[in-house]
Ligand binder design. Structure first.
Ligand SMILES: [Cu+2]
Length: 601
């Protein structure tokens, strides 16, 4: 507990306030009741007297209390409320009562003739009913406190909601013309079920855009207009398109139930936005996404800068996805790049778990993370790269005269780059990549000033991620929780346009949570209290590993109602999702992000 406390109060609150006191009580009772008798036995100082029924009940009750203090951490977690504490105590007392009931026989005459039959212990009905009353009263008070409604909105220390004129998310739409010099890039994506042959030769039943997995790549040059008509052919759950990491206007965000209704079979929806940001992104359905994305409803979105015409560089987009338990990089297993060619590998993790990459046979730079260029990224080699769920890395290197291999999850090379056809395998055949240290992005590249004064934040929200019993979509569940609650009972975070907003994200659970805020990149300030010391790190998804505490900040510059959630999509489905809401923005779509069917049919 001392070690955990060193990482922050969030990790020990329920243990300090309730678990430890109950454990101490148990220890005290055990010592007082059993101690003297055990001592008498071991020292041989006469025959120890037996423990009477009251002693047995007391000892067992201490055991229940000790057990409860342990279970508390796993079932309830953070935060401990007075209601939860009272219900826990009531449960322990109920255990005592039940034990009493089993061991002794309630007898109205026990008070009058207490020693009538010493072999058959009795307890006064009055005392029994008295304890029962305490149990019911405590449980009732706890349940009553727990049932109190919580505020629907939390303001992070800034001003509360105002009654100023509102704007609907339906009015927050993208431009409908390209920037001067740009072109209109029109696509129609049809969501349909299809049998898809993977590059491995295996056939899978997939949910696809246009019958392919990944869906058709969407590419553009900065300043173009991207216009995508989404048509749903036969995905019964409904689909949307979410532009992951791309800061589109809120009405284009594809959050079903918040920015639009899910597109049902036979319906369509047109997304339109300017390609203002360059970099590597991806799109995926944001309705029933824990099923849809896994089954194939995703694709790459790459925007290149205007000045970059065909420079002869090899530019490969390599999404990784897991089908039937096997992680695969799509985009081709073999490529030819003559020595001296500049190669850019755009790695996209479309899974719900992190992947580890290693590039063998060359030194390289991590030029961009989540689509945003790093400042002076240094040449590195023999480093593992951990790519969070939904994250992207752009790796850049100059092709050597020998083969280069991209390895996934420390397995043998998954993608080969060869200087010419038939060139032999290079380094990976002989090197053990599993031992390569993981690159720490918080110390990579050069620090430069950023135009975001995070220390002057207008609002500060803390998100404690945990597992626990909570309501999720109207039913009790062993949920993935944020501050002890599950979607949609987690209060909305209120911000106003122009605010500087800070998040403290704490992971109390035993799983990694790739945290993702829609519509805004966040600047990483620190991890576990250690400030980011490399290039400014603007990301849209960051892996908060068990026990970690991350501080990030962003400017609220994109009005709307934005999902703020764990991008491990099953976690999201199990409750780990909330909304960041700009003051004055409304939605006609119900305002509760729909998660779609929970069946895997
Ligand atoms: Cu998670």
């Amino acid at each position: 507990m001392a070690v955990l406390a060193g990482r922050g109060w969030w990790f020990v609150q329920e243990k300090v306030l309730l678990g430890l006191p109950m454990l101490a009580l148990a220890a005290l009772a055990a010592t007082v009741i059993a101690g003297p008798r055990l001592r008498a036995r071991t020292t041989g100082a006469g025959r120890p007297e037996d423990i009477d029924v009251a002693g047995v009940v007391a000892l067992l009750t201490t055991a229940y209390a000790a057990l409860a203090s342990f279970v508390l951490t796993f079932l309830i977690g953070y935060p401990l409320t007075l209601g939860t504490a009272l219900m826990t105590i009531a449960l322990v007392l109920a255990g005592a009562l039940l034990t009493m009931r089993v061991l002794v026989k309630p007898n109205a005459n026990a008070d009058e003739e207490p020693d009538a039959d010493p072999d058959r212990p009795k307890v006064s009905r009055r005392r029994f009913l008295g304890v029962a009353g305490v149990v019911v009263g405590t449980a009732g008070a706890g349940a009553g406190l727990s049932a109190r409604p919580v505020a629907a909105v939390t303001d992070g220390g800034g001003p509360g909601p105002t009654s100023r004129a509102t704007v609907s998310v339906t009015d927050l739409r993208g431009a409908d013309t390209p920037a001067p010099g740009g072109v209109r890039r029109e696509h129609v994506l049809t969501a349909r079920k299809a049998t898809v042959r993977l590059e491995s030769g295996r056939d899978i039943d997939a949910w696809t855009f246009d019958g392919t997995v990944p869906g058709p790549p969407i590419t553009a040059t900065q300043g173009d207009l991207i216009e995508v008509k989404l048509v749903n052919h036969d995905i019964d759950d409904g689909v949307t398109l979410h532009w992951h990491g791309y800061d589109v206007p809120c009405g284009e965000d594809g959050a079903a139930g918040v920015t639009q209704d899910a597109v049902v079979p036979g319906a369509e929806f047109v997304y339109r936005f300017r390609a203002d940001q360059v970099g590597t992104y991806w799109y995926h359905t944001h309705h029933a996404s824990h099923l849809g994305v896994r089954r194939g409803l995703y694709g790459a979105l790459v925007v290149k800068p205007q000045e970059e015409h065909d420079t002869g560089q090899l530019d490969l987009t390599l999404p990784v996805h897991t089908f039937d338990g096997t992680a695969t990089i799509t985009g081709g297993a073999e490529h030819i790049a003559p020595a001296g060619t500049t190669v850019r590998l755009r790695l996209i993790n479309t899974d719900s778990d992190p992947h580890r990459f290693a590039l063998a046979g060359t030194s390289f730079r991590v030029a961009a993370i989540d689509g945003r260029d790093l400042e002076q990224p240094g040449e590195i080699s023999r480093n593992g790269l951990r790519l969070p769920a939904a994250g992207r890395y752009d790796l850049v290197f100059v092709m050597p005269s020998t083969s280069v291999a991209l390895a996934l999850d420390d397995h043998a090379a998954t993608v080969w780059l060869r200087p010419q056809a038939g060139a032999p395998d290079g380094e990976p055949a002989t090197q053990d990549i599993t031992g390569w240290p993981e690159l720490d992005l918080l110390t990579y590249g050069a620090p430069t000033p950023v135009a975001l004064r995070a220390e002057a934040a207008d609002r500060h929200f803390t998100l404690v991620l945990d597992r626990g019993v909570a309501m999720v979509d109207g039913s009790p569940a062993y949920a993935q929780t944020v501050n002890g609650r599950g979607h949609p009972s987690i209060p909305d975070q209120l911000v106003a346009e122009g605010d500087i907003v800070r998040f403290t994200v704490v992971n109390r659970s035993l799983e990694t949570h790739p945290w993702h805020l829609h519509g805004h990149p966040v600047l990483v300030l620190s991890r576990d209290g250690k400030p980011s010391s490399g290039s400014p790190l603007w990301v849209d998804t960051f892996d908060v590993r068990p026990g970690e505490v991350w501080e990030v900040a962003f400017r609220a510059s994109n009005p709307g109602i934005w999902m703020n959630h764990c991008h491990n999509l099953p976690h999201q489905h199990q409750g780990m999702m909330l909304q960041l809401r700009y003051d004055g923005v409304t939605t006609p779509f119900g305002g509760m992000h729909t998660v779609g069917s929970s069946h895997d049919h």
